[in-house]
Design a protein around this ligand. Structure first.
Ligand code: ZN
Length: 131
């Protein structure tokens, strides 16, 4: 069972995510909170966000990896904005060293991420979380 503090965190994050998706003109994107069964163990890499390209769901981990404490809103927003950028600048196939590869993170993608952050920082509702 989640305690009260976690519940408040989840409701707040959900509202902020809905707002941000609409802000970037993706009202159909649904953000979901990642349910992790147990904390991430030391030195193990882990996924902090996930987006299904072509789909409309973004899944976010909103707790810190090891202690499972509520993550800072700014940290959650960075992941969300990164995932939204995957919709704005979708992956593409590229011929590279004699074979096709899928490029997901390319210069224009990162430019989009930075643009998104800059826009959010200026927003009345969201800007305060970056301060
Ligand atoms: Zn990515």
């Amino acid at each position: 069972m989640t305690d009260n503090q976690d519940q408040t965190h989840e409701i707040m994050v959900q509202n902020i995510c809905n707002y941000v998706c609409k802000f970037f003109k993706y009202p159909n994107i649904q953000t979901k909170i990642m349910r992790r069964v147990r904390p991430v163990t030391k030195n193990k890499s882990y996924v902090i966000g996930h987006t299904s390209i072509g789909g409309n769901t973004i899944t976010l981990d909103i707790y810190t990896a090891r202690l499972r404490k509520p993550k800072k809103i700014s940290a959650i927003l960075s992941v969300l904005v990164h995932e939204i950028a995957h919709h704005q600048k979708p992956p593409y196939r590229q011929w590279h060293k004699g074979r096709w590869i899928v490029r997901q993170h390319f210069p224009k993608f990162y430019k989009q991420v930075n643009k998104n952050i800059a826009k959010l920082k200026k927003d009345k509702m969201i800007g305060k979380y970056f301060r």
